[in-house]
Design a binder for this molecule. Structure first.
Ligand SMILES: CC(C)(COP(=O)(O)OP(=O)(O)OC[C@H]1O[C@@H](n2cnc3c(N)ncnc32)[C@H](O)[C@@H]1OP(=O)(O)O)[C@@H](O)C(=O)NCCC(=O)NCCS
Length: 152
């Protein structure tokens, strides 16, 4: 598996991953294009053989933090460390850009993602009632999770 920066011709593969990875609330192609092509975003793909297996998009949030805007791994490639690898490389960029914190929002019932973030050192800092438009496992609530990144 290699991780490299996103290119415009990866967009269709990412749309497919998004639709397969999220039961509810997948980003549309329009939303994905907006965040992936944002001039300030940092976007990576994980490639297995000649298949794009996952992606991550990070966006600066304020002068001290950047936000993990989206991350997904194709279910066929889940549980092999790809999510963690994308997060680690994303955090490296955040750190190098001089931000002190990595921030993200996650659905309160998304156990696999929360499990991954806790293992990576994120802590829940806030409950976000009705944060999401659509219900997932009976809830629209989310959590904000934050990790303090050590300076270089
Ligand atoms: C969350 C997601 C990106 C994880 O990707 P992945 O490549 O499967 O994750 P990894 O193999 O790197 O696993 C990292 C950790 O996640 C946790 N994890 C993964 N699947 C899990 C599950 N089903 N239940 C609990 N924890 C789980 C584990 O803690 C794992 O650590 P370990 O390997 O040391 O046990 C992936 O499940 C996904 O795309 N989910 C759907 C989209 C999504 O929810 N994105 C996040 C939105 S905030």
């Amino acid at each position: 598996m290699i991780i490299r920066e996103y290119r415009q011709d990866d967009l269709e593969a990412i749309v497919r991953i998004e639709e397969r990875a999220f039961e509810v609330g997948a980003y549309t192609i329009h939303m994905l294009r907006t965040i992936l092509h944002d001039k300030d975003s940092y976007s990576l793909v994980a490639v297995e053989g000649d298949t794009i297996a996952g992606y991550i998009v990070i966006l600066p949030l304020d002068h001290v933090s950047a936000d993990v805007e989206s991350i997904a791994v194709d279910p066929d490639f889940g549980g092999r460390g790809i999510g963690k690898a994308l997060m680690n490389q994303g955090e490296e960029w955040i750190r190098k850009r001089g931000y002190a914190y990595s921030v993200l929002e996650v659905r309160d019932r998304n156990e696999s993602a929360i499990g991954m973030y806790l293992k990576l050192g994120y802590r829940i800092t806030e409950k976000l009632p009705d944060y999401y438009e659509l219900e997932y496992r009976g809830s629209r609530d989310g959590y904000r999770m934050i990790k303090k990144l050590s300076s270089q």
